[in-house]
Design a protein around this ligand. Structure first.
Ligand SMILES: Cc1ncc(COP(=O)(O)O)c(C=O)c1O
Length: 352
């Protein structure tokens, strides 16, 4: 475990102020509604805090994970730029522009981001070309294909899929919509992070957290949360112990790559933190925890018993907070803890 309780006070690098434009855009998408924030007193008693609230992303804009918040806003900003459309842009003008000049959107994914991008591509009439790592479960691949995307399975892990998507974009002129940043590729990931903040803005309308627990893959969602709660709340990440690149990087004091394998937490199966997220995570995270498969399976079952349908990535937040020494973060019976349950149980292909 990595702990840095002072981080909340120090905060991270200043980020551009959030103007709420992403939230207004999301509110115009078909089926938008803030996702539930479920209060679970049994968990508050177990953890010895005042309140535990679970932000349940299992039904976000018709998909089973939060990721479409980032993909949709990035696609809107990217296409508005490409076609010179001014002002806040809804999906109709984007669709009209894509009808005149077809666009291919490409990305790599370990599941949810690719599905979200494919859904957004469909909404604006673009085509999605999605690269997936060799270990991604076929059921997840089928869900992305159901959105009309072309899928290419690469001979390698998530990082390799990212390299292949970037190469494909460079060679074909497709627009790369990747949810992680590296040197020279920062504009689109910044929009994605901006889009994720809708989730935190929704929490603000209902609660004032002292701790937010965030499942992390490359750390872009954690970047959004750290930026949002700068100086106001502790933020702690949770990763699979087989893909804990954020935690290991924090311990090393620099970004490190870890070799990933297979985990039920497919969305968190990433080997390298986003370069744009990294300075925010290093300065702003109060902790980083790794969890095992058994701990997550227990958390999935416990949340189900309390009426929250969480998939393995979503339940990782509960598995992680259970391992945290909350007293070392100064959290007691007056504290409000928010767990981000970032996905619901995996849907069965053909049923959505
Ligand atoms: C369900 C779920 N939770 C959390 C994450 C982690 O987000 P990030 O990669 O930005 O850390 C992902 C990423 O795909 C995800 O699919």
């Amino acid at each position: 475990m990595y702990l840095n309780p002072e981080a909340r006070l120090r905060g991270g690098p200043t980020a551009p102020a959030w103007d709420g434009a992403a939230r207004a855009f999301h509110a115009g998408l078909p089926g938008y509604a803030p996702t539930p924030l479920a209060e679970l007193p049994d968990l508050a008693a177990e953890l010895g805090v005042g309140r535990v609230l679970v932000k349940d992303e299992s039904s976000r804009l018709g998909l089973s994970a939060f990721k479409i918040l980032g993909a949709s806003w990035a696609v809107a900003r990217l296409l508005a730029d490409r076609f010179g459309l001014a002002g806040p842009v809804g999906t109709e003008p984007l669709r009209a522009a894509v009808t005149r000049e077809p666009v291919v959107l490409t990305t790599a994914t370990d599941g949810n981001h690719g599905r979200a991008l494919a859904r957004m591509a469909r909404l604006v009439g673009a085509h999605a070309y999605v690269f997936v790592p060799e270990v991604l479960q076929q059921g997840v691949v089928d869900l992305i294909a159901e959105e009309g995307a072309t899928i290419e399975r690469v001979d390698g892990d998530y990082d390799e899929a990212v390299r292949r998507a970037a190469k494909y974009a460079a060679h074909t002129g497709a627009e790369l919509v990747q949810d992680t940043a590296w040197d020279g590729y920062e504009r689109v990931p910044a929009w994605i992070v901006d889009g994720y903040r809708t989730l935190a803005a929704e929490i603000d309308e209902c609660a004032t957290p002292d701790l937010v627990v965030v499942p992390a893959g490359v750390g872009s969602l954690a970047q959004a949360v750290v930026t949002h709660y700068r100086g106001r709340a502790h933020v702690v990440t949770v990763e699979p112990d087989s893909a804990d690149c954020v935690r290991r990087s924090l311990i090393a004091g620099q970004r490190v790559r870890v070799r990933t394998g297979v985990t039920s937490m497919a969305g968190l199966n990433c080997g390298t933190p986003s370069s744009a997220a990294w300075p925010h995570l290093l300065a702003g995270l109060s902790g980083a925890v790794a969890v095992g498969e058994g701990q997550v399976a227990t958390a999935v079952a416990d949340l189900a018993g309390l009426g929250v349908a969480a998939g393995p990535c979503g339940a990782a937040a509960l598995a992680g907070v259970r391992r945290l020494p909350l007293d070392r973060l100064g959290l007691d019976r007056t504290a409000t803890v928010v767990l981000l349950s970032t996905e619901g149980p995996p849907p069965t292909p053909g049923t959505t």
